[in-house]
Design a protein around this ligand. Structure first.
Ligand SMILES: [Fe+2]
Ligand SMILES: [Fe+2]
Length: 224
């Protein structure tokens, strides 16, 4: 799928690290910013093989902005916390999709980008908690396009790989596979144009990004 020239221009503007929203995200929620940065890289690299059907730039910018709603209360999210005993606030976590859409509207972000905020959790519920067990994120719906699906899968994969102890190929591969299987099992890919053969390609490309990210240099490789 090729993107309209106007949207393409807007996407390049949004990718600029000096965009006011990215500056705010980095300052207020650095953990979310770097999580989003990796999600953007995963989604963009997995979009490349779908040449003509998906736009890697759209996937990348969607990844960068998908969690901007977390800026309003960054301390409620694990990636911004150094303290593992921080208070769990499911009622706050539930609001970040809607807050993201509100911020996106205030900054006049294109609809195509607002959809990444609305689709990255699909109809799933936040992490297990009695109060929210049956409640999905308000305004959320399942991903439909390739780019939206990639951001959903990249989002959960990044969180799962980062919170695991694995940095080896087999360990990471198993985690990514189990994330994708869980999305299928939870019926989150029902509206997506991606088919199961496509998911093998996605898995391979995510894996290469994670390996590059977590690869450890050997002492003897150090140049300085
Ligand atoms: Fe999110
Ligand atoms: Fe996220």
């Amino acid at each position: 799928m090729s993107t309209e020239p106007d949207l393409r221009f807007k996407l390049l503007e949004l990718k600029d690290p000096t965009h006011p929203l990215l500056i705010r995200l980095r300052a207020k929620a650095p953990g979310t910013y770097f999580h989003s940065f990796i999600v953007a890289e995963l989604a963009a690299s997995a979009a490349i093989p779908f040449k003509g059907k998906a736009d890697p730039l759209l996937a990348q910018v969607g990844g960068l902005y998908h969690d901007i709603g977390k800026m309003s209360k960054p301390e409620a999210y694990a990636e911004n916390q150094e303290d593992s005993e921080y208070p769990f606030q499911p009622e706050v976590i539930l609001t970040h999709v809607k807050k993201g859409i509100d911020i996106a509207k205030a900054y006049d972000l294109p609809d195509a980008i607002q959809r990444f905020m609305a689709t990255h959790h699909g109809t799933q519920t936040p992490p297990q908690n009695k109060k929210t067990q049956s409640q999905s994120y308000p305004l959320s719906f399942r991903p439909q396009t390739i780019e939206e699906t990639l951001v959903m899968l990249a989002d959960s994969s990044e969180a799962a790989v980062r919170s695991s102890q694995h940095s080896d190929r087999d360990g990471i591969k198993n985690i990514v596979r189990s994330v994708i299987d869980a999305k299928i099992h939870d019926d989150q890919l029902r509206d997506s144009v991606l088919i199961s053969n496509d998911l093998d390609i996605v898995e391979e490309h995510f894996l290469e990004v994670f390996i590059a990210l977590y690869h450890r240099r050997h002492e003897t490789e150090r140049k300085e």
